[in-house]
Design a protein around this ligand. Structure first.
Ligand SMILES: Cc1cc2nc3c(=O)[nH]c(=O)nc-3n(C[C@H](O)[C@H](O)[C@H](O)COP(=O)(O)OP(=O)(O)OC[C@H]3O[C@@H](n4cnc5c(N)ncnc54)[C@H](O)[C@@H]3O)c2cc1C
Length: 418
């Protein structure tokens, strides 16, 4: 620790320049944690820390908070879960917000949240590497700005909040490079109005794929949906309550398999057999599957009715793509004007985080399963990698801030109090 104190003494609030061959990288000592990412998770972590008197700095590659929500989601998006399960710590949603806030309302809420806790991220700072420097016992976080200006933040604690959805996943599909129509990931899809009258193939049947298909239908496009694997589709509400809320409540009293059985019976009563229109269910129930693999059930907002009525066609996996056509695994060939990849996102930590113990290099997620994935070694933390959405982000943010607070009080407070 003496080494840390020494460095702290030398660097506190100072900006230094270090020569790095061709250019100069500005170096800043940060007394509190550095948080990477100004999405809901990063904001929640910064707010909880602030509440405990621990200052932090938030680095964000984009030019605003919640860039996923502002730039990479479709217009009709609403929170999939009721607002009470999506609120960040210390500040509920406004009472006059609907049960499922729109994305604009969610962004408004996040902006008010950042304002309330005085969180001012450093924007346009993409973290390109972060590693632990054994020689001084500190993290070195290197970022680059839009104009190529380089910074190094040196800190005791590093909070990774870059999200499970940092980069779009684009699968290898045979022949897709030859397709003459438009190919777009859902990250670039805003509204079905761009596709009016067109035949559009949506690849992937998670929440995004199902909702984009519905949106296309509502804008007079002709969507088809590729369903490669078995999927659980549940009604968003049952018995007048949200399916998610009801499940959480039932889990307090009943084992997961019994709750799954209840959900499947209710779904069958509402939808009939989803298998009969091409959406086979997995062998394992929806909640058990979620807890074992992280695979989220689809909460239906009207897509199933359009599939049943034939307005959305369902196809098996793609075998190959031609100039204008797609051949499916059952041998069928159909022409399309556009392909939309609803093939999800992945974490980007393997590309910049040099520490290999806490995060897997394979999928960029913490190696330890929920609820143990938030804490690594030597002051490294993760917020928002639980596969449990905003609910998981809030739980992580609280744990991380409590843990850092203990160190902060023990090691730093006596040093900075008068
Ligand atoms: C379409 C869609 C709908 C969803 N709906 C819900 C819902 O209803 N309820 C729910 O609970 N969850 C929902 N989710 C999950 C959702 O992603 C999370 O709940 C939430 O956005 C996670 O917040 P986050 O801060 O962890 O990640 P993000 O929101 O992805 O924020 C991470 C931030 O880190 C920044 N970043 C990444 N890499 C770097 C870097 N190297 N340097 C600097 N900054 C970086 C990004 O620019 C981004 O701003 C949805 C996701 C999607 C895609």
């Amino acid at each position: 620790m003496s080494c840390l104190r020494e460095l702290e003494g030398k660097m506190a609030h100072d900006h230094h320049f270090i020569n790095q061959g061709l250019g100069l990288r500005r170096r800043v000592w940060v007394p509190g944690p550095v948080i990477v990412g100004a999405g809901p998770s990063g904001l929640a972590a910064a707010a909880c820390l602030k509440d405990k008197g621990v200052p932090s700095i938030v680095l964000e590659r984009s030019n605003c908070i919640a860039s996923l929500w502002q730039f990479r989601t479709y217009d009709r998006l609403r929170l999939h879960l009721p607002k009470k399960f999506c609120e960040l710590p210390l500040m509920p949603f406004p009472e006059d917000f609907p049960m499922y806030p729109s994305k604009q309302q969610f962004v408004e809420y996040l902006e008010a949240y950042a304002k309330r806790f005085g969180i001012k991220p450093v924007f346009e700072q993409e973290v390109e590497s972060a590693g632990y420097d054994e020689s001084v016992g500190l993290w070195r976080v290197k970022s680059v700005g839009l104009k190529g200006e380089e910074m190094e933040y040196v800190c005791r604690w590093l909070v990774v909040a870059t999200g499970e959805n940092a980069e779009a996943v684009v699968p290898d599909i045979k022949g897709i490079e030859n397709f003459r129509g438009e190919v777009r990931h859902t990250a670039e899809y805003r509204s079905g109005s761009d596709f009016r009258g067109k035949k559009v193939l949506v690849v992937g049947c998670g929440n995004s794929g199902m909702e984009v298909s519905l949106d296309l239908c509502n804008h007079d496009a002709h969507p088809s949906l590729v369903v490669r694997n078995a999927v659980h589709v549940l009604p968003r509400e049952m018995l007048g309550r949200s399916t998610f809320g009801l499940s959480m409540w039932l889990l307090k009293w009943l084992p997961i398999r019994l709750v799954d059985r209840f959900l499947l019976i209710m779904s069958w009563m509402i939808f009939g057999s989803t298998g009969s229109f091409g959406l086979d269910r997995p062998q394992v129930g929806p909640l058990e599957l979620k807890s074992k693999t992280g695979k989220t059930p689809v909460l239906d907002v009207g897509t199933l009715a359009k599939i049943k009525s034939g307005h959305i066609k369902v196809h098996p996996s793609i075998q190959s793509v031609g100039h204008h056509s797609v051949q499916f695994a059952n041998g069928r060939i159909e022409n399309f004007d556009a392909i939309i990849l609803a093939t999800g996102y992945k974490s980007n930590t393997p590309s910049w985080l040099k520490e290999k113990d806490m995060f897997s290099q394979k999928d960029g997620m913490p190696r330890k399963p929920f609820p143990h994935g938030w804490k690594g070694e030597r002051g490294l933390y993760a917020v928002g990698f639980t596969r449990r959405g905003l609910f998981g982000s809030s739980a992580d943010a609280k744990r991380v801030s409590e843990d850092i607070e203990n160190f902060w009080k023990a090691e730093f407070k006596p040093n900075i109090s008068p």
